[in-house]
Design a protein around this ligand. Structure first.
Ligand SMILES: *Cc1c(COP(=O)(O)O)cnc(C)c1O
Length: 397
């Protein structure tokens, strides 16, 4: 069991704000500013170059990764941090394709986040081996896993609708046809129970700035199954993934195990912020997070449907088939979300018409959900969104 009143007290939440957007960018851990300041002042400031050894900067991408790994069911030594998720998708997909050299199809679905698809297209161009990216509807993925497929590349929770893929079943099917599985856990890590080990996932990637609260620009993670970890070939063969970076050899030899998935210099200051966030996560049990998140999303859907008939549920109604977010469709969804934000309920908008709300038990409780429902009901029933001020779209929606 997790004490969510305690975790809420560890996060900075601005007064008068109900933050239903922790699925995009988690809030600030109260100890993060002190931890980052210490890294700046005591480590960078005083230790300078010796910080790599004395402050443990070089080991951080592996040490912190194991704390993330616990949240996705990864064994120690199978996960490493670095770069951004887009880069990790590229890296994992390249390594996965290399394990299925005789096949040319990468299977994904139209609910995948665009960057994953763009990175796959870029990799296909770079490889120049005639790979095909096959994009099917989310519900058609299982039927399209066949022996043409090299890699099944999926994001477990659909960023728009919250629709949840069945990782265990789809990974089994992937292996039955001799293909490799790659799961993006961007909206899973810290939101739902994931067990990459039990599901025999080959590769997994994700970010730490969403549910994990690592801060804007926090490093991504990559997981490689133990059976591939000593043989997979890193496409982004940077010096810190080398077997002996400080031998400065002119030929590349992959490092031991997961270390080979490192690329270049880690983002030390971001790691310090993430460390503060993981101090909170170390006391959290993901099963409690999931159970509480289901209760919160059920409460939210019931309350919105009772008060806002103009909104149409876009997320699966069965809580076991959705992640930790709830989305509603509304033609004027952008303006409606701006009006909610002006009244202190922070969600976001995803084109063309999705109003998206994330539920994060670490800092959102049922009192917050009730308040959010009444504010959204006020905005919708009184058409507060019908205001020119809410029509102009900002760069980030
Ligand atoms: C948030 C998200 C990303 C973001 O990638 P970055 O490189 O960190 O900007 C990628 N893929 C998915 C599925 C996401 O949800």
């Amino acid at each position: 069991m997790t004490n969510f009143a305690a975790t809420k007290a560890m996060l900075h939440l601005p007064d008068g704000m109900i933050y239903l957007n922790g699925n995009s960018l988690g809030p600030l851990p109260k100890t993060a500013a002190g931890r980052v300041s210490q890294a700046v002042t005591d480590e960078w400031g005083e230790m300078l170059i010796t910080g790599w050894n004395r402050a443990g900067w070089m080991a951080q991408p592996s040490v912190l990764a194991d704390r993330v790994g616990r949240l996705i069911g990864a064994q120690p030594g199978t996960t490493v941090l670095g770069d951004t998720l887009s880069i990790k998708v590229y890296q994992a997909l390249a390594a996965a394709l290399d394990l299925a050299p005789d096949r040319k199809v990468i299977l994904t679905d139209s609910g995948n986040f665009p960057t994953d698809i763009y990175m796959a297209e870029g990799l296909i161009r770079t490889l120049g081996k005639g790979h095909e990216l096959r994009v099917v509807a989310p519900q058609d993925v299982a039927d399209n896993i066949n022996d043409e497929v090299a890699v099944v590349m999926l994001t477990e929770v659909d960023y728009r609708t919250g629709r949840l893929h069945d990782m265990a079943t789809l990974t089994d099917k992937t292996h039955e046809v001799g293909a490799i599985s790659l799961w993006d856990l961007a909206h899973s890590a810290g939101a739902i129970e994931v067990n990459v080990t039990a599901c025999n996932v080959d590769f997994a990637v994700g970010c730490t700035y969403k549910y994990l609260n690592g801060g804007p620009g926090a490093p991504a993670f990559i997981y490689v199954a133990p059976e591939h970890i000593d043989t997979c070939k890193p496409a982004l063969s940077g010096w810190l993934g080398h077997e002996a970076p400080f031998a400065f050899d002119l030929d590349y030899r992959p490092g031991a195990g997961i270390e080979r998935m490192r690329v270049g210099t880690p983002s030390v200051l971001q790691m310090a912020a993430l460390e503060a966030a993981l101090d909170i996560w170390d006391g959290v049990d993901v099963a409690s997070v999931r159970a509480t998140s289901v209760a919160l999303t059920e409460q939210f859907i019931a309350g919105i449907e009772a008060t806002c008939p103009m909104l149409t549920l876009a997320s699966p109604r069965d809580p076991l088939l959705r992640g930790s977010q709830v989305s509603f469709r509304f033609a004027e969804g952008y303006a409606a979300m701006q009006a909610c934000i002006a009244k202190g309920v922070i969600g976001d908008f995803r084109a063309p018409d999705i109003m998206r709300f994330g539920f994060t038990p670490l800092f959102i409780d049922s009192v917050d959900v009730d308040q959010a429902i009444s504010i959204i009901a006020d905005v919708m029933q009184n058409q507060l969104w019908d205001n020119p001020a809410y029509q102009t779209r900002a760069a980030v929606t």
